[in-house]
Design a protein around this ligand. Structure first.
Ligand code: SAH
Ligand code: SF4
Ligand code: F3S
Length: 511
């Protein structure tokens, strides 16, 4: 909205305003703007993945950010966190400076998550907060990107109710940020560019990483699993893998820069390489090469149980820098619920896989994701989840109440489980999750663990905090010089979700 439009809208009565909005809104449909379509996003064709490695910032945009500052708010998963690092890289390449202060920013982006309704509500709440700032500073650009922008209903709602937003762009359009910004500076209307396509792989994008200790490395994008509750296959496109060489070069470069830990990222990393037409190369092969790189810790997330093959287990069992922690979402302990979730494994198969992995990697730390209150979930089915949780003895879990996502098959299912029952189940599950975590933590008393020190503890700057290979949070008193290194800490006290200890020595020869 420009200055004149704003004045005009302020003069309108609520009734007129509605009409005006209707009129403006319809204009967007006359104009061919690039809007999202969940229907198109669902398509999976046979065409090979397109790889692009020719990303450059057009000469004419190189000074766009001079004297301007950007701020990106990130919601959702690690994939989004990493996309934010890429967008920050693009902003910096355009000459912008980073800021954490909304009042100082000339461009604010909300990198959004669509996984559950409450994730979306947070973003709409934030838009509400930003409106007065935009009215005060008409030159401020506000953008919405990430998974929510891939949803038609979200784009329509922003068009109707948040007209002060200047740009909306999708997860496939990140590399187009310079052009989108350019258009937003020129245009009086909201710039919308959301491609609902299966997706390409774009290399050579600039990145500004958030820290110097741990780094994310994308190994693949998208998801083809189409679990019946999940929006991700619609918002992120098809499964497509980066070439091993690109990944290995990136990891080597991070090792040379002194990074201590990398996490290989994908929505379903076990499907890595399935899309290669010219070679038989899977996650096990990739991990086998990465394990030889001189970087102390290598993690990967997220694993889908379905594609977890024997070769991968064999490679992980070699240990070294491949850490002894696996995140293996189960979602439910009931085979009939797993079936309607379309997870493509049942309780027994999951337990068999866990037994196989545990036999190969002793003392493994296992974590998971669980959804309670799936449509029509019975008390018995929920209890199967509790019993599976106990049987596996997970170290931790992310637990969620099912949230219907428009466009997914589960959203059309009738549901006879009242919200109060769902909440109660979540509480019961969380009580078990806490109980088992506290028990596991107790076993650490008196033991010495290796901690990658990330910084000062959030609660007390005199205390340092870091994680073990098994992803246990450890707080201890130690010198600030330990930050960024791996040190030995003797555990003196245990809590439900963390360990306290004393530093024993600095382990310099960590590699
Ligand atoms: N690709 C990962 C999960 C990504 S989403 C995997 O399949 O393991 C992270 C978690 O969010 C999921 O594991 C699931 O537990 C939860 N989730 C996804 N969609 C949800 C929904 N509609 N309602 C509630 N939780 C959901
Ligand atoms: Fe969603 Fe299932 Fe894909 Fe995970 S595997 S992102 S839960 S569809
Ligand atoms: Fe959310 Fe998209 Fe990640 S929906 S969980 S940000 S892939």
């Amino acid at each position: 909205m420009n200055e004149n439009q704003r004045k005009e809208s302020q003069l309108l009565t609520p009734e007129n305003q509605d009409k005006k909005i209707e009129k403006d809104y319809s204009k967007y449909f006359e104009k061919v703007y690039e809007a999202p379509s969940l229907k198109d996003a669902k398509k999976r064709g046979k065409e090979a993945v397109q790889y692009h490695s020719d990303f450059t910032i057009p000469e004419e945009f190189k000074n766009m950010g001079k004297g301007r500052k950007f701020l990106i708010r990130t919601y959702g998963c690690q994939m989004n966190e990493h996309d934010t690092e890429v967008m920050a890289g693009i902003f910096m390449a355009l000459g912008y400076e980073a800021t954490l202060d909304v009042n100082e920013a000339n461009v604010i982006l909300l990198n959004t998550c669509a996984i559950r309704e409450n994730a979306e509500n947070k973003v709409f709440g934030e838009l509400g907060h930003l409106k007065p700032l935009k009215l005060e500073k008409p030159d401020l650009l506000i953008g919405v990107c990430g998974c929510m922008s891939q949803e038609e209903s979200v784009v329509n709602r922003i068009l109707k109710k948040h007209q002060f937003v200047d740009m909306i762009f999708g997860t496939h359009n990140i590399h187009r940020l310079p052009n989108i910004l350019h258009e937003a500076y020129l245009s009086k209307e909201m710039v919308i560019e959301v491609w609902s396509k299966e997706g390409d792989v774009i290399e050579n994008l600039p990145k500004v990483r958030k820290g110097k200790i741990k780094a994310w490395v994308n190994i693949m994008y998208g998801c083809d699993k189409f679990c019946t509750y999940c929006i991700v296959p619609y918002t992120r496109g098809k499964e497509r893998s980066r070439h091993p060489k690109e990944i290995i070069d990136e990891v080597r470069h991070l090792a040379a820069q002194g990074y201590q830990e990398i996490t290989l990222l994908g929505q379903n990393v076990n499907a890595y390489g399935k899309d290669f037409k010219d070679m038989d190369y899977r996650l096990g092969d990739l991990m086998d090469e990465i394990r030889k790189i001189d970087i102390p810790r290598v993690r990967f997330t997220t694993s889908h149980p379905r594609d977890f093959d024997d070769h991968l287990i064999e490679v992980l069992a070699k240990g070294g820098n491949l850490v002894d922690h696996i995140h293996l979402p189960v979602q439910s302990g009931s085979s009939s619920v797993l079936k309607i979730m379309a997870r493509k494994y049942n309780r027994e198969q999951y337990l068999e896989l866990v037994a196989k992995i545990k036999a190969a990697i002793p003392n493994l730390s296992l974590t998971t994701d669980i959804i309670v209150g799936y449509p029509n979930e019975t008390e018995e089915q929920f209890e199967e989840t509790l019993s599976l949780y106990r049987e596996v003895g997970y170290d931790a879990a992310y637990t969620y109440i099912y949230s219907p996502r428009e466009g997914t098959p589960a959203a059309k299912m009738k549901d006879n489980v009242p919200m109060s029952v769902k909440r109660d189940r979540l509480q019961r599950l969380n009580a078990l999750v806490n109980e088992i975590s506290a028990e596991k933590m107790k076993a650490y008393l008196g033991q010495t663990v290796e901690v990658l020190v990330e910084g000062e503890s959030k609660k007390n700057p005199d205390v340092l905090a870091g994680y073990t290979t098994k992803s246990k949070l450890v707080n201890f008193i130690g010198p600030k010089s330990a930050i960024g290194t791996i040190v030995k800490v003797k555990i003196t006290d245990t809590k439900t979700w963390s360990l306290n200890g004393e530093m024993v020595e600095e382990t310099v020869e960590v590699r």
